[in-house]
Design a protein around this ligand. Structure first.
Ligand code: F6P
Length: 537
């Protein structure tokens, strides 16, 4: 089917969905639940509560096919330069492949180097954990301060928060913001002689990270003099900048330019986690990602989890004009998932121009937001149930959790299922009226109250459930979203792997900073100039 015909078919089913209840589709399509429940790398996805009918799903899959998703997938794994504006391969799957892989980036073999870096991460993590490597004054290293921002922070932060043991033998703190309060809190109570500082930055030029790295290095030097520098470790794709900062090559863990920042959690960027959680945990995380790669590569598009998840997004975004999506993990340990996905999806697909410089024909990335359930229910779910905008919701759940009181987890799961059901089914005005009548309210009061207590329903959601929140499951979950992002990018006709939109603000901050520090001010708009006057030292 040509691209335009596939778009029309999807839009036609979306149009029909406006006047059809999602619930009615279960009766009309007896195989619906089974057909739209997909198993992938230990995750179960239920996409049956989405507004698409069988015809809509078929149109969506045809659209994925017509948009060249299979070719984009092949190009990704082949190491082709699919990041065209930077002429770079995009090869994060190579980082999580089993040892002895055969990946190439733009024709250059990379798997041997990946295995070598992975072995050095293991050796370093094992030696620190065993005490074979100690601090400059002979003390055992017990703390890690991880300094990085964006992709050099969010992935490791999510990995640590998801998998940290209750009684961690390592204390890992991550700082990202260039806010004095943040580093002050992070360093509070830490003994520099027992602390390793990992400075993580692909470019090693990011203003926030370099400022925090300098502050951390000063803190080490204040305690140990020049020996303090032995506690500094760099993770970067820019060895020259690392050397210029004063970190010697044997304390650099490298990765390459074909690892995008927001796709870098599989690389040495997670060194701090490999140390703090143990290399076996990191390795299991990689294996989970590789299992999702195997699914993405082999499952037919009709049963392919990243493809269906992406196409549900396309159906809502483009077919139904829904400009946001909420991601609600019913797991405290996954509470950072929405933040991670904000960068992954909004930095990857928040684009308006195609790789050949032409305006895109369709709306691209929606706003992604969320918080952990059940907290989110008590904060913004009012709007999701009764607001004027329909916001599709993704519920991410964990079937089993042995932590804490046994009575807690069923309550959490009950709330997740209840919210998904309530969004779809709603509560009709007739039902509300009957309840109010039964309570003995007079008709005038019922007329006023009933509309306010009615739930329109018909609000879509997806369930993604894992058995336990193991490192493998987390790896599979992140890889699921990475591939979903690639599929959406292919359908929207954009390059999901560059991020030119972050540059302008960075450049302007560099122009404003000297004025705030007391120097001369460059010309600005009237508002900015006035604020510089107010805020300068
Ligand atoms: O400003 C956005 C960004 O470039 C992200 O893409 C990246 O993850 C982050 O900054 C950090 O970059 P770096 O790892 O080079 O410090």
């Amino acid at each position: 089917m040509p691209d335009a015909a596939a778009w029309s078919a999807l839009e036609a089913d979306a149009e029909a969905a406006r006047s059809r209840s999602i619930l009615s589709l279960y009766a009309a399509e007896p195989d619906r639940l089974e057909r739209l429940t997909v198993e992938a790398a230990g995750l179960t996805l239920d996409l049956s509560k989405q507004p698409w009918s069988r015809a809509g799903v078929e149109a969506a899959v045809a659209l994925a096919r017509a948009s060249g998703v299979e070719q984009k997938r092949a190009d990704l794994f082949a190491g082709a330069a699919i990041n065209t504006s930077e002429n770079r391969a995009v090869l994060h799957p190579a980082l999580r492949a089993a040892t002895g892989g055969n990946f190439s980036a733009k024709g250059e073999p990379v798997s041997a180097e990946i295995d070598q870096v992975r072995a050095s991460i293991k050796a370093f993590a094992d030696d620190i954990r065993s005490g074979a490597i100690r601090g400059a004054t002979g003390k055992r290293l017990r703390n890690i301060l991880h300094v990085g921002i964006g992709g050099s922070d969010l992935g490791p932060r999510l990995l640590w928060e998801s998998e940290r043991p209750l009684n961690a033998s390592f204390n890992l703190r991550l700082i990202s913001n260039v806010d004095g309060s943040e580093i002050a809190v992070a360093l509070d109570g830490l003994d520099p002689e027992e602390t390793l500082v990992t400075v993580v930055s692909k470019t090693f030029t990011t203003q926030e990270t370099m400022a925090n790295a300098q502050a951390a290095r000063q803190w080490l030097r204040d305690a140990m003099g020049s020996k303090g520098d032995q506690h500094l470790i760099a993770v970067s794709a820019n060895p020259q900048a690392v050397a210029d900062f004063g970190v010697s090559p044997e304390r650099l863990f490298a990765f390459r330019d074909w690892v995008g920042g927001r796709y870098s959690v599989w690389s040495a960027v997670s060194l701090s986690c490999a140390i703090a959680l143990g290399f076996d945990v990191f390795e299991a995380f990689l294996a989970g990602g590789a299992a999702m790669d195997a699914h993405f590569l082999s499952a037919p598009l009709e049963r392919n989890a990243p493809v269906l998840l992406a196409m549900a997004q396309v159906f809502n975004r483009n077919g139904m004009g829904r400009a946001a999506r909420a991601v609600i993990p019913y797991s405290r340990r996954l509470r950072l998932l929405p933040l991670f996905l904000q960068q992954l999806e909004m930095e990857s697909n928040g684009k308006s121009v195609s790789p050949d410089g032409k305006p895109v024909a369709h709306a691209t990335a929606p706003v992604v937001f969320g918080d952990q359930g059940a907290n989110a229910q008590h904060a913004f779910f009012q709007m999701l149930h009764q607001g004027t905008d329909i916001v599709p919701v993704e519920f991410v759940g964990v079937a089993r959790n042995d932590e804490g009181p046994a009575s807690a987890h069923p309550k959490l799961l009950a709330n997740m299922l209840a919210q998904s059901e309530a969004l779809m089914i709603g509560r009709s005005e007739a039902e509300v009226r009957a309840v109010l009548q039964a309570k003995g309210l007079d008709p005038a009061a019922i007329d006023v109250l009933a509309p306010q207590r009615t739930f329109p329903g018909g609000r879509p959601s997806t369930l993604i459930v894992m058995d336990r929140l193991t490192p493998q499951a987390l790896g599979a979950l992140i890889a699921l979203y990475e591939h979903k992002t690639l599929v959406e990018g292919a359908v929207w006709g954009i390059n999901s792997f560059d991020q030119w939109g972050v540059e302008l603000g960075k450049a302007m901050a560099t122009r404003i900073l000297p004025a705030l520090e007391g120097g001369a001010s460059a010309p600005h708009d009237p508002s900015t100039s006035a604020w510089i006057e107010r805020l300068k030292r």
